[in-house]
Design a protein around this ligand. Structure first.
Ligand SMILES: Cc1cc2nc3c(=O)[nH]c(=O)nc-3n(C[C@H](O)[C@H](O)[C@H](O)COP(=O)(O)OP(=O)(O)OC[C@H]3O[C@@H](n4cnc5c(N)ncnc54)[C@H](O)[C@@H]3O)c2cc1C
Length: 401
């Protein structure tokens, strides 16, 4: 691989795919990125880029652009059903609920695309339907009937990756954590401020409304449920479930309900982790959420995607054989992934209490924590023993080899 100039197919143009493409192109690889959608998917709420992820964006020369695209959120308020503030956690460094590098998902996807589009070939509206591997090549068939040959194939297709299935079948475990989440963009109104507002409703439901930098706001609604079938619903069926679940929640229930109906950009999914015993099969593999989604509950999915892409490209650039590069990458990445994927005991149940009394307990606890000097929101739903080095990994400098 070392000599570069090899042909690599990356499938998925969100965070992990374009970051991998950036570094591979820098090392001289000939990279094609395909995306199933007809254009970039720019929906979603704020993403956090933390620790090593942020260092990598600095190495890419993109940190300033990312910071400039900040959503302007100044912290998190817990509110009650009358929108009165029960607790407030102002932004406090890189690792609070509101991080310093808080960016809309769509802005980050655009920044990564713009940073790569001149050196990388992008093809939209296609996906892989079959893979045939030989010792020295990967042959891929696409949904439009085209066939192409590559030296390597890497899927960066997110938690519902279909190429992962072609490569590994049912081997990876998609572990549903019992929580559903819907994200969508809605018009701003009088109650919105520069604070993110978090409302806990009885019936194991949480609504969050966060400011953005585009004159709209980003709403999310999550609820606990063991019903696996919600994951396979059509858009209109999803909306029906969301409206049923929102019903009786209080606070801005009517607003969120009305906007669910009107919105074409509702991203609704069961919150799941991906646990895969292997990330590679021959000359093909996977990175990002497709390989090791930790869930948004960790706030680390984007950081894992960026770190994984940087490490994989780096190892490919310095090993002759792809097998050695894959092994070296896995050795660095596995412990980091295992650490990040550990959900603290009680998550997501503690944040989604069933009774009115439970809601009171959450708000009271938040108030107590917010009144203390440390004001660490992360302590509210986390175990005492949570590893403070969770988002730390040593990054080798591949650029100086
Ligand atoms: C539309 C959308 C909205 C999101 N909103 C949020 C949010 O609000 N908050 C949050 O924490 N996380 C959100 N996420 C997830 C978040 O982007 C990821 O957890 C994280 O950034 C890791 O990114 P990734 O590149 O590994 O995967 P993803 O960001 O999931 O990207 C996967 C990409 O691959 C494409 N793709 C899927 N299947 C195929 C295929 N077969 N062939 C080719 N391309 C394919 C998808 O269209 C997508 O562009 C969202 C993801 C998407 C796709």
């Amino acid at each position: 691989m070392k000599s570069g100039n090899k042909k690599v197919l990356v499938s998925g143009a969100s965070i992990a795919g374009p970051t991998l493409a950036f570094w591979l192109a820098k090392y001289g690889f000939d990279v094609t990125v395909i995306e199933r959608s007809k254009s970039l998917r720019l929906g979603g709420q704020n993403l956090d880029i933390r620790g090593a992820g942020r260092s990598i964006t600095r190495l890419m020369g993109l940190e300033d652009e990312i910071l400039a695209a900040n959503t302007g959120e100044i912290g998190l308020q817990f509110v009650n059903k009358n929108n009165q503030v029960e607790a407030a956690f102002p932004i406090d460094g890189a690792n609070g609920f509101t991080s310093e590098a808080e960016i809309l998902r769509g802005d980050l996807v655009n920044i990564l695309y713009n940073a790569t589009k001149k050196k990388v070939k992008y093809v939209f509206g296609i996906h892989i339907t079959a893979i045939d591997q030989g010792d020295d090549r990967v042959t891929t068939t696409f949904n439009d009937g085209r066939i192409d040959i590559f030296d390597l194939l890497i899927a960066a297709e997110g938690v519902r990756s279909t190429t992962r299935y072609l490569l590994f079948g049912d081997e990876p475990e998609i572990k549903f954590v019992g929580l559903y989440n819907a994200w969508y963009t809605i018009p701003k109104n009088d109650t919105d401020t520069k604070w993110a507002r978090w409302y806990t409703a009885p019936g194991s439901r949480v609504m969050v409304i966060r400011p953005d930098n585009q004159g709209t706001v980003r709403a999310s609604f999550s609820f606990l449920s063991d019903n696996l079938s919600y994951q396979n619903l059509s858009n209109s069926e999803q909306k029906k479930v969301l409206k049923e679940k929102l019903s009786g929640a209080g606070w801005e229930e009517n607003r969120l309900m009305k906007e669910v109906e009107k919105n074409d950009d509702v991203y609704f999914d069961g919150v799941s982790q991906v646990h895969a015993p292997r990330w590679f099969n021959g000359r093909a593999g996977m990175i990002g959420d497709a390989a090791y989604c930790p869930t948004p509950l960790t706030g680390m999915g984007t950081t894992l995607a960026i770190v994984g892409a940087y490490l994989l490209a780096g190892e490919l650039s310095r090993h002759e054989k792809h097998k050695d590069a894959f092994a070296a990458y896995e050795e660095r990445m596995r412990p980091f992934v295992n650490n990040v994927q550990k959900l603290p005991p009680g998550v997501p149940w503690l944040a989604h209490p069933k009774s009115k009394f439970g809601v009171k307990v959450v708000n009271t606890m938040a108030g107590i924590l917010a009144s203390r000097p440390a004001r660490k929101i992360s302590k509210l739903f986390a175990s005492k023993d949570e590893d403070p080095t969770k988002d730390k990994i040593d990054l080798p400098d591949f650029t100086s080899q």
